[in-house]
Design a binder for this molecule. Sequence first.
Ligand SMILES: C[S@@+](CC[C@H](N)C(=O)[O-])C[C@H]1O[C@@H](n2cnc3c(N)ncnc32)[C@H](O)[C@@H]1O
Length: 348
Amino acid sequence: MEGLDIGSRKLEVNANREKMAGTKKTEMINRAQRRWRLLARALTRSPEPQEDAEELEPDPISVRRFTNFGLVNAAALENVIGDRESTWYSYAATIDRKCFAVDVREVNKSFTANELIGFNNTGNICVWPSEECLAHYLLSNRNICRGKTVLELGGGMSCLAGVFVAKYCKPAAVTLTDGNVTSVDNARCIVARNKLDTFIDCRVVQWERAAKDLRQDDVNANHVRQTWSMDWNQPESRRTSQAGLYDVILSADCLFFDEARLDLVETIFGWLAEDGIALIVAPRRGSTFEKFTEAAIERGFTARQREFYDPRVWSRHLELVEHSQEYCPDIHYPLLLELTKKQIKAPG
Ligand SMILES: C[S@@+](CC[C@H](N)C(=O)[O-])C[C@H]1O[C@@H](n2cnc3c(N)ncnc32)[C@H](O)[C@@H]1O
């Protein structure tokens, strides 16, 4: 048994080490340990790694010393009376001299054992660079979500891209999701504070469960999902419920979960409208981006990988390559994967 101290709690993590043999399993344990340490640091908010610095360095899963592209800047909201568990920030992006800002709640409490071990908690680490780049891309291309039903999967603690879309892109409706209850609760607080709760729905969605349900359905049946529409001419009106799939599905930095890869593909496939588009943003992280793309194609998607999709993201990337020692494109530069159900016609 291995212990992890988080605040006053001691969480027992059964690594079951002695039963495991072979390098692969040892690697898995090391990786899990590094993940836990990273998580512990995030939870205790200690900014720099201490003794375990060396060990954290090569982790392809979640190296977070490079924290953002500087495209969305956070400023603490001094005048907001938060609770002891959180601090409120204004997250702002300036694009073509127009400022886009939303209030974001950052949690700084110690998490309960349930919150920690109940589900993957990588999302409890504020906003990841992929989410930042996705938000910037969508704010720069506001037509993509205009009038559309939008779903974010694995949105983490802020669901930042989805919140920006809701506030500035005039979508028909937005659904923000994560598999982690704490993340979804935090997203609900953010949505309420930004007064977007009349047309944003926040829900816990775990891809394994969603995919299982979808697989049980008849492949040709209409997957009727509860979604919400909003009449933009009557902003005060409550949403009306309508059956439907999503026109745009968003996801940032969710491709490195090997066990959940096929379930995430299935969830996107099952919930995306026939003429919809999924915008998946993630760093390569070894072969994880490629494996996800292959799985998506195998499932029936047409996939387009884009390295250059946002001039500002790209120019920041070039600057960072040149000047930052912490920046490693493989684990930090988010590529854009566009998935559609359109069939490419064979020539002739
Ligand atoms: C690296 S974080 C990214 C969070 C957010 N998109 C961002 O970039 O700031 C990955 C997110 O995926 C969620 N997640 C991981 N596995 C999941 C699963 N099987 N089902 C649903 N969500 C999952 C985690 O809870 C976490 O919030």
